[in-house]
Design a protein around this ligand. Sequence first.
Ligand SMILES: [Zn+2]
Length: 276
Amino acid sequence: MLFACVNIALAQNPPKPPKNLRLYVFDCGSIKGLSPTLFNFKEGEVKATQFVVPCYLIVHPKGTLMWDTGTVPDSAFKPDGSPVTQGTGAIITATKPLKTQMAAIGYKPSDITFLAMSHYHSDHTANANDFAGSTWLVQKAERDFMFGPPQQGAIINTSTFDKLKDAKTKILDGSDYDVFGDGKVIIKSAPGHTPGHQVLFLKLAKTGPLLIAGDLYHYPEERATGKTPTFEYNAEQSRASRAAIEAFVKQTKAQMWIEHDAATFAPLKKSPSFYE
Ligand SMILES: [Zn+2]
């Protein structure tokens, strides 16, 4: 009996904080059937039109940060993995519930110190409500939009994040936000795709500097051509954000991961492996 109790206690405690910053990459699904014309490209102008949807867990000696929360809520999973389609004509699939992937490395949502999302679009917010007990890190302009008058049809799904309204919240003002105070995990404002879109910069001891770009770009071809999506909140602002982030990654020699890019995602180490 004693052993059983000890085991339960172990199962319920999150792992000990690591010495070095860690990054876990989760597979949170894929989106097929999107036309490149939505992104101002002609059919055939982009190599891969299928999007991947990653979620990321950052584990710092002083706490944890969940970055983006997927495209299918764990509660909407179909046991056979069949697609969950939404109003955009997209075919949305996910085969691994986020909480199952977190549990495999010893974490549950209540263990997570901070939640941040690149932006409010529904392919990033699916499991956001699970993290309403964390401290939410959000730009003021994004939060105002999320809880303002309903807009933007299928790409907003307020029911996935409505509990964040009452979550402990740190409202960001557009300047860099150093999450743990040591310069290793920094949220950078990059508005345009949405009013308060943001990206994440990590200084990993072995991997080096890394910028997780949210939807600053969707396809690598956008980086080369300067094209912006048709549904951009403010394309002018997007161009300015891209220029600032490109200068930043050049200056810091950071690699950039475009979240939805399948070619970036495919070779990445997936959780339970991690970057440090
Ligand atoms: Zn997206």
